[in-house]
Every structure is written in C-alpha cells, then in structure tokens.
Design a protein around this ligand. Sequence first.
Ligand code: HEC
Length: 133
Amino acid sequence: MIRATVLATSMTLAAFSGAAQAQSAAGANEYAWACASCHGLAAHGDGPLAEYMSVEVPDLTGIAARNNGVFPMLQVIHIIDGRTGVRGHGSMMPVWGDRFEASAASDAGDYGTEVMVRGRILALATYLEAIQQ
Ligand code: HEC
C-alpha cells in the first residue's frame, strides 16, 4: 500500500516535471518569436528594436528584483495579454500581431482559440518567471 502510494507520487512528479519542461520550451520559443526583438534574446532589454523605442525597454530578468523579490505572475500575464489595460506596452501593443489575442479566429472556434491563447500567455509568463535573476 505504501509502496503503491510512493510509486503513484513519483509518477505524478515525473509527469508534472515533464509538463513543466514542455511548457518552458514552448515559452522560450514564444519569447524568441514575439519578444526578443525588443527585450533581447537573453531578455536584458537590448533587442535590435530597443534603440527605436521612445521609452526604455526593460530588462525582463529583473522583474522580480524590481518587485521586492516577488515575481508578479498575474500582472505579467495581464501585460502580455494586453486586454486588461495593465500598463506595460501602452499603445505599442500588440507588436506581435494577433498571436496572443483570442480574436485571432482560427478553426479552433471561440473557446478553443481562447484556450490556445491562454496557453501561450501562460507558457511565456512561466518562462519569464524561470529566467528571473
Ligand atoms: C516593440 C518592442 C517590444 C516588444 C516586441 C515586446 N515588448 Fe515588452 N516592453 C516594451 C517596452 C518599451 C516596455 C516598457 C513600457 C513602459 O514602460 O510603459 C515593455 C514592458 C514589458 C513588461 C513590463 C516589465 C516591467 O518590469 O514593468 C513585460 C512583462 C513585457 N514587456 C513583456 C513582454 C513580452 C512577454 C513580450 C513578447 C510577447 C514583449 N514584452 C514584447 C517593448 C516591447
């Protein structure tokens, strides 16, 4: 009985870390595709477009440090989402087109599209959390 519990627990952990890895790989890809042009590949705010911005492009590895050591997951999700009005990208959003907008109608249907969009945003936010310094 105890052995079965241990086995089940370790299987759950293995499945969880597998999912976490898949998500962070997805987040890294999303990041490179949609964010690195401004924020830089290593997220230090030094992408090729940064010099053309009228405001300074923030170093995204320092979000937690600027927030008393706590990564503000929900706020970051809202900034990436862009629909909630949380400042971060102002009127320049969305530079990445409709990739993170549910209205990016696809054959997934309304609900399916929203799920895909949220998945991408969550993968990105999780990736950003993982690269905090
Ligand atoms: C066109 C350039 C550009 C692109 C592309 C871009 N950003 Fe930004 N980002 C900025 C600028 C400029 C700011 C600062 C805006 C301000 O101060 O109002 C910012 C701010 C942020 C912030 C707030 C950081 C903080 O510490 O307050 C987050 C989080 C963020 N960006 C994430 C992303 C993510 C994730 C992507 C990709 C989906 C992305 N950005 C793509 C230019 C960009």
